[in-house]
Design a protein around this ligand. Structure first.
Ligand code: 6GU
Length: 254
């Protein structure tokens, strides 16, 4: 019954490429404390490439109107496919993931699976999405971070990077904390309530059992709390909202 949370056979260094029209969105994210240190320590290698650099013509056009009509613009296949191909040639090719709202929903088992890879290439969409041939040409998989719409895949890519890299050995510094996280371990429970000092806060007391020093009872209590917390939040799954009338669209001036 050993939990398979931390990816024991993961390589020391993992490479992640991010392909986007907005590389500047990633600067403070990648330079921040946890990821910045892990990159400096050589645990992870993360590179950001702008696929506009692979667009043809003086205007470096990356989007165009959809065949058959419809609102907005689509990402043309050539710039993004050429960009991913160029990036893939830099090292042994990685698993290609396109961030799109219609993709497979990200969860901790998928995060653990991605964390086993030597290399990931994350492709961020914008506008109304990609020409459908991008996914085919790249043999990519599509991942979504939840049932709501973002204006682009960049924030979703950051979610994937953060969830995956914290499982790379050495990144967190404290392997035990990843093992005890919500959705980890064989039961995939969310964590129950936790407490720190003071023992009493505005009349709210820390549960007596946590002060008892009885580690067996504390472990059992925590497990019960985790089971209860998991049950409470699973009530609405897998889709937590009803499917009925079309969602309202608010646009000024229309
Ligand atoms: Cl990956 N992209 C966009 N544009 N919206 C999303 C998403 C991704 N995941 C949930 N919503």
């Amino acid at each position: 019954m050993a939990p398979t949370v931390l990816v024991s056979n993961a390589p020391v260094a993992m490479r992640i490429d991010i392909v986007t029209l907005f590389p500047e969105m990633f600067t403070s994210f990648l330079d921040g404390s946890l990821l910045g240190s892990a990159r400096k320590a050589g645990l992870i290698d993360i590179r950001v490439t702008n696929f506009r650099d692979f667009a043809a013509g003086a205007h470096r056009q990356v989007d165009d109107r959809p065949y058959g009509g419809g609102p907005g613009m689509l990402l043309m296949p050539e710039p993004v496919v050429s960009c991913v191909e160029a990036v893939q040639r830099e090292a042994a090719p990685g698993r290609v993931v396109m961030l799109t709202p219609g993709g497979r929903r990200l969860d901790q088992p998928l995060v653990e699976d991605l964390a086993c890879q030597d290399r990931l290439v994350l492709v961020c969409g914008r506008y109304e999405g990609f020409d459908a041939r991008v996914c085919e040409a790249l043999a990519a998989e599509e991942i979504s971070i939840g049932d709501y719409v973002l204006s682009g895949g960049e924030v979703a890519a950051m979610v994937v990077v953060e969830a995956v890299t914290r499982l790379v050995p050495g990144v967190l510094g404290d392997e035990e904390s990843a093992r005890q996280d919500s959705f980890s371990g064989v039961e995939r429970l969310v964590e129950g309530p936790q407490y720190t000092r003071p023992r009493e806060f505005r009349g709210l007391e820390v549960p007596e059992i946590l002060l008892s020093g009885d580690h067996g009872r504390i472990a059992r209590w925590r497990h019960e709390q985790a089971v209860a917390a998991t049950g409470r939040r699973d009530l609405g799954s897998p889709r937590s909202f009803p499917v009925q009338s079309p969602a309202p669209v608010h646009r000024s001036g229309s």
